[in-house]
Design a protein around this ligand. Structure first.
Ligand code: 13P
Length: 247
């Protein structure tokens, strides 16, 4: 039985004061026994959050360097994240691909850097609006995932979490319908099954305007194992509604 994951991605939001409040508010949250809950703050704050997070909250990173160390100004390595008690890291988020030139090749290297240190890679994929409208969703997601899966050892595939985030649904208030999202998740699981016998255990999360009103229906789909939450993770009251939907 797969658990339901609810991961927050704060993106470029929150500061030390709002984070202190968030952690205080989170003390009231009761994480259901079948749920895994986590949050990815901006990197400068993640070590603080990891040091103060309760047992029931995983702390993640929004990014990781593909390099181990050396002359790479501005980067943070997987080993450093591990040293700071970071449990998971997003990789290949569409905003990284769009604004910071992250290619499938770089994404693949980042996933492997994380796998070497035992940090859970949350591999993001998803089609743009134009690709969606022109019927290319599956082929785009397939090439994003194959670019990584072709270079990950079969036994390591079981250590991945995949997040399907259609770009047209991110921050737009346009959520994919549960039926459409389910279709895509089923497609992703079948694709992963070509690489690993553990595909049926793989958490596949949905992201894109997921909130307290639509989470329950999304999470009820056979192949949707939770959500990667942007805007609705910034306030604990909103985030908790999604955590409750995991029950
Ligand atoms: P929103 O929930 O704000 O649409 O963001 C989704 C996302 O990009 C999470 O990584």
């Amino acid at each position: 039985m797969r658990k339901t994951w609810v991961l927050g991605n704060w993106k470029l939001n929150n500061d030390s004061q709002s984070i202190r409040q968030w952690l205080e508010d989170f003390q009231q949250v009761e994480v259901p026994s079948n749920a895994v809950v986590g949050v990815a703050p901006v990197s400068i704050y993640s070590q603080h959050v990891a040091a103060h997070a309760p047992q029931n909250l995983l702390v993640g990173s929004q990014n990781v360097s593909q390099f181990d160390g050396g002359a790479y100004t501005g980067e943070v390595s997987a080993a450093m994240l591990s040293d700071a008690k970071i449990a998971f890291s997003l990789v290949g988020h569409s905003e990284r691909r769009m604004y910071f030139g992250e290619t499938n090749e770089i994404t693949k290297d980042k996933v492997n850097a994380l796998l070497q240190t035992g940090i859970i890679p949350v591999l993001c994929c998803g089609e743009s609006q134009v690709q969606y409208e022109t019927g290319k969703s599956q082929s785009v997601v397939e090439s994003q995932l194959r670019a990584v899966l072709d270079h990950v050892a079969a036994e390591d595939v079981a250590k991945l979490v995949i997040a399907y985030e259609p770009v047209w649904a991110i921050g737009t208030g346009l959520t994919a319908t549960p039926e459409y999202a389910q279709q895509m998740h089923q497609f992703i699981r079948a694709l992963v099954a070509e690489y690993s016998s553990s595909a049926s255990d793989l958490p596949i999360l949905y992201g894109g305007s997921c909130n307290g009103s639509n989470a329950k229906e999304l999470f009820a789909q056979a192949d949707i194992d939770g959500g990667l939450i942007g805007g609705a993770s910034l306030k604990v009251s909103d985030f908790n509604k999604i955590i409750e939907a995991a029950r």
